[in-house]
Ligand binder design. Structure first.
Ligand code: NAG
Ligand code: NAG
Ligand code: NAG
Ligand code: CA
Length: 357
């Protein structure tokens, strides 16, 4: 999901040609400098969607930086802040990196001091776009509003794909629990705070992932107060790594056909969909392996285990496999975290990380 801001239109702007800054990257950058994307658009210097140079604090342009400007959605002028499928830290993750272009997981730019009255959310998997406009058109910046209760800004109107049965509210958070922009419906006359969500399990949420296992995933126009909502994982991968932080051991698995998959499209699909995987690193090479990507109340996560008895597993059916090495996090009935040990029983807890490429 991508989040961007539309600046209020009444600011004084100086547009300059800004030459010879940095290497060329995909989609530009366009050699145009502005306070923000809306500024460039208003001045008539848009050359379409792409990378532009921004200097929102004005004055000396040596601190100008690159941002992707969406110059076409809903009249354009959106400064796009970040693209992510997980927890973000937009307060401090502010540097654009050409390796992570707009629309790919990892895209970042610095929206902190851009004044805005509108905010857009884009779902890259469906192409759906929703934006919200503050009912009073007084602009705010993220920088001076992290952690404020939503009541500070009052109500926002939902436009685009937003459900217009609701008025909305905005939070800008930077806690270890939730970080980033967060729009949701205003229900029960209750304004949310960064750690108090008014028990709102009805209205549409627009939020990235929290660090709480009960509120995983990215909510786009769906209630996000329910545990284990679908994760919008965008990364295509043919290999998956598990790292055991207690021993430092690492095991990775490579799909035997090298056709990539994304988690997003594959939750709940039986392991035979992907066929066999080879175990590398610390994995026991007496086995071929199989992968599941689950999101059930029983088990929710990536799950690699041996392929035994010619049986492919499903998210609720583990082939009675009490022999092969498992790589899984905790299920709600098979406790603990398995790393290279059979996990068809409860095992001890340990800290592991999972990665894709
Ligand atoms: C702009 O700032 C840079 C870095 O602080 C400095 O080296 C440069 O002299 C400044 N330029 C002007 C015109 O003040
Ligand atoms: C919004 O701002 C414009 C000027 O930019 C002003 O004319 C209008 O009255 C304002 N509307 C509200 C609801 O504050
Ligand atoms: C994997 O992809 C490479 C190109 O990226 C191709 O040359 C190779 O034949 C593929 N291998 C399999 C097993 O599909
Ligand atoms: Ca400056």
């Amino acid at each position: 999901m991508e989040v961007g801001l539309l600046k209020q239109s009444n600011t004084l702007v100086i547009l300059m040609i800004f030459a010879c800054l940095g290497p060329k990257i995909t989609n530009g950058p366009v050699n145009v400098l502005g306070d923000d994307c809306q500024d460039i658009k208003k001045r008539g210097h848009s050359q379409g969607d792409g990378m532009y140079w921004l200097d929102p604090d004005g004055g000396n342009h040596s601190n100008a930086f690159l941002a992707y400007c969406d110059m076409t959605s809903y009249n354009g002028g959106w400064t796009m802040c970040y693209t992510t499928d997980e927890y973000v830290k937009p307060k401090t993750e502010v540097a654009f990196n050409a390796q992570f272009p707009y629309g790919s997981d990892g895209y970042r730019t610095n929206c902190n001091i851009i004044p805005f009255t509108e905010i857009i959310f884009i779902d890259h998997q469906t192409g759906n776009k929703v934006y919200f406009k503050r009912q009073t058109n007084q602009s705010i910046t993220a920088a001076s509003n992290y952690g404020n209760a939503a009541g500070t800004y009052g109500l926002w109107d939902g436009l685009g794909a937003a459900d217009n049965a609701y008025s909305y509210q905005l939070l800008i958070c930077d806690t270890s629990f939730y970080s980033g922009f967060f729009v949701s419906g205003h229900t029960g006359n209750c304004y949310k705070t960064c750690n108090g969500w008014c028990s709102d399990s009805a209205s549409p949420y627009f939020r990235t992932a929290t660090t709480d296992a009960n509120y995983k995933g990215v909510a786009f126009n769906t209630n996000g107060h329910h545990p284990n909502i679908l994760r919008n994982r965008l990364i295509s991968f043919t290999e998956i790594i598990f790292i055991d932080h207690q021993t430092g051991n690492k095991a990775y698995f490579k799909r035997q056909t090298n056709q990539s998959i994304t988690a997003a499209n594959n939750y709940g699909i039986a392991a035979d969909t992907y066929g066999l995987w080879d175990g590398l690193g610390a994995a026991d090479n007496a086995y071929s392996y199989q992968l599941m990507i689950c999101d059930t109340s029983f088990y929710s996560d990536f799950f690699v285990s041996g392929y035994t008895g010619n049986c492919y597993k499903q998210c609720g059916h583990w082939c009675g496999d009490s022999g092969s090495p498992y790589f899984r996090t905790a299920s709600t009935s098979y406790k603990g975290v398995a790393f290279n040990t059979n996990g068809h029983i409860s095992v001890g807890s340990r800290l592991i990380s999972v990665g894709l490429r």
